[in-house]
Design a protein around this ligand. Structure first.
Ligand code: ADP
Ligand code: MG
Length: 616
């Protein structure tokens, strides 16, 4: 019998390893930046073309490599960073696996130039798909430059799997942020297609955060400092009023390494409890320092998850540190027991008559609803679908089936809006054809039984179809703002929005300026309240971030979906009868009423037989 097992040739093994290490241009960026940091550089430059698909180059001024090391660095398991397994438990470098350069060289065209400080000449190596094409002496400054071109040139399947440039650039920028935030003591710059996106001088941590996320960030930051035996915490959290719809400004670093930890994130959320509006997330930039012996960073190939020996203690310390800061900086509401201004009657009011107390009745209060605790003043108003004439849609509906609804009279109060006088409630109840259930569902009768609509999803569908129509026909109606709105975003967000400028304008936005970290809006689509503009744009940014597949990516579709999501009536919002009916009618005027833009069920029906079965 012949033997069939063979050792894989190196270049094949490298390609397989590359699958783990390199998923996209951002992975290359991460590995190269980390190598530059490990080389003790004080200045690092990142240059990209086409979101890194055609070029990722990192130039550093670090310690460089000898000619032999330069050649060896491309071998698998070639590393200068650990010598034995024990070293793994006291890592102070980013890399240690010794497989990044080998993997990258297996799936791209790589050009390395490097020189050590004390040498006259450096070396240059060109490798394509693991084949060394040339190795020469070269005149080059101190430090190392690695240029990675044509990523996945020899694996078309992987290349095709890459997302649009917008999305890939976003991943690269995320990676750049993480590395730059972890190392404020190093100067970083980043260029994309010839233009400078970031220029971050050596600075303290606060300045680094501000340089990355925009000058307005400064006033949003609350310092967090805590030192205990097991954990040192330092950094910032964002004031609650600056919390964001996206989770894009949440950063944990453990021993200068970016990590993701849903568990620790929970600790921060717990510290912010009661301070954030629904759907908003705290921002934070927190550095945790722990004994390297108490963590295991080897758990994940791309190393963003780590294992702590004692997570529970870290959780408790972190939560209390953040809570303490929010309290100390007067951010959390503080109860003042010493003086109650309501009780101090000013002297000149002494002989005045007391005002008659006014009783405000919250008609939408439902003692049986789960959400009692989260009832908040309604800040939003019902947003009309922009193009449709709102009133005309329920003309003729007023008197429909008023009698048959009589039996339900008693159950109708929870959906009524506050501003209707209590004395008229009976008449109104008689006219109802719809009811709101738990400020979430609209219930109505149909011939065959009962109809239950999810108000949020239904409204998303309605807005989505309207917006899409406007976007494709380019006939959105703009409402000029009296005063231009200046909105602050990070410069990557501005860059991303500027790439979508055309589509946004077709949707009805008018911009007068895109500067580094600010955009000026002079017009908004009719129906978008001024107060919602930031929310709409932030939602859009977060949706673009969340990986849009390349093939059927349509900017207008994404924009319509995203805007529909931010503008739709939310769960928890009371709607009056007219609004309920309008929603119902508009939903069934849609092309695809049954599902929301993200393909979730918008309504269900309950047949009379189904109901009858329940009574058997
Ligand atoms: P690792 O970083 O895990 O050691 P890499 O494949 O990323 O593995 O790099 C291999 C080796 O090449 C490193 O251990 C280091 O000695 C050397 N090296 C890589 N990049 C640089 C750089 N920018 N400057 C100096 N040395 C470098
Ligand atoms: Mg490395």
């Amino acid at each position: 019998m012949t033997d069939i097992i063979q050792l894989l040739p190196d270049h094949v093994a490298n390609q397989i390893a590359a699958g783990e290490v390199v998923q996209r241009p951002a992975s290359v960026v991460k590995e190269l930046l980390e190598n530059a940091i490990d080389a003790n550089s004080s200045e690092i430059k990142l240059i990209l073309k086409e979101a890194g698909k055609t070029l990722v180059q990192v130039i550093d001024n670090g310690k460089g490599m000898s000619t032999t090391d330069a050649r060896l660095s491309f071998e698998r398991h070639a590393t200068s960073k650990i010598r034995s397994a024990e070293d793994l438990f006291q890592l102070n470098t980013k890399g240690f696996r010794g497989e990044a350069l080998a993997s990258i060289a297996a799936i791209a065209h790589v050009e390395l130039k490097t020189k050590q400080e004390n040498q006259e000449l450096g070396s240059q190596i060109i490798i394509e798909g693991s084949n060394v094409k040339s190795q020469d002496v070269a005149v080059t400054p101190k430090g190392t430059s690695v240029a990675v071109k044509n990523l996945f040139f020899n694996i078309p399947a992987r290349r095709n799997f890459l997302k649009s440039n917008t999305v890939e650039l976003r991943h690269v920028v995320d990676e750049f942020h993480r590395v730059a935030l972890a190392h404020p003591g190093i100067a970083f710059s980043m260029y994309h297609n010839g233009s400078e996106l970031f220029n971050l001088p050596l600075s303290n941590y606060r300045q680094r955060v501000v340089n990355i996320f925009g000058s307005k960030t400064n006033e949003k930051l609350v310092p967090v400092e805590e030192e205990t035996e097991v954990l040192k915490v330092s950094g910032f959290v964002g004031k609650p009023e600056y919390s964001k719809k996206t989770k894009s400004e949440q950063f944990f670093f453990v021993n200068n390494r970016f990590i993701k930890s849903p568990y620790l994130n929970h600790a921060i959320n717990a510290a912010f409890e009661g301070l954030l509006r629904d759907g908003y997330h705290p921002t934070y930039f927190l550095n945790l320092t722990v004994d390297p012996k108490t963590i295991d960073i080897n758990i994940h190939p791309t190393k963003t998850e780590i294992k702590f020996d004692d997570e529970h203690t870290l959780y408790a310390i972190l939560r209390s540190a953040v809570k303490h800061s929010l309290g100390q900086f007067n951010v959390a509401p503080i109860l003042d027991f010493e003086s109650n201004t309501n009780l101090n009657t000013p002297y000149n009011f002494k002989d005045k008559e007391g005002a008659t107390p006014v009783i405000e009745i919250d008609r939408s209060f439902n003692p049986f609803a789960d959400e009692v605790g989260q009832k908040q003043p309604q800040q939003r108003s019902y947003t009309k679908p922009p193009t449709q004439d709102w009133e005309s849609l329920y003309v003729g509906l007023e008197s429909k089936s008023t009698k048959s609804q009589g039996d339900f009279k008693e159950m109708t109060f929870e959906s009524e809006s506050k501003d209707q006088s209590i004395f008229k409630s009976e008449d109104i109840a008689l006219e109802k054809t719809t009811y709101q259930l738990r400020q979430k569902f609209i219930v109505s009768t149909i011939k065959s039984g009962m109809l239950i609509i999810d108000q949020n999803r239904a409204h998303q569908r309605i807005l989505y179809e309207n917006l899409l129509k406007q976007l494709t026909s380019k006939e959105a109606i703009t409402q000029q703002l009296l005063f231009p709105l200046q909105l602050n975003f990070s410069n990557t967000d501005v860059e991303m929005l500027s790439q979508m400028q055309n589509d946004l304008e077709h949707a009805g936005f008018v911009f007068s300026e895109f500067s580094a970290d600010e955009i000026t809006v002079t017009g908004v689509p009719v129906g978008v309240p001024e107060s919602e503009v930031t929310i709409v744009l932030e939602q859009l940014i977060s949706d673009v971030e969340n990986d849009v597949p390349d093939q059927n990516f349509s900017a207008s579709d994404l924009l319509a979906k995203s805007m529909a999501k931010s503008l739709a009536i939310k769960t928890g919002q009371s709607l009056n009868v007219e609004e309920q009916e309008h929603l119902l009618n508009s939903l069934f005027a849609c092309k695809e009423p049954a599902v929301s833009p993200s393909h979730k069920t918008t309504f269900i029906t309950l047949g009379v037989e189904d109901i009858e079965k329940k009574f058997m």
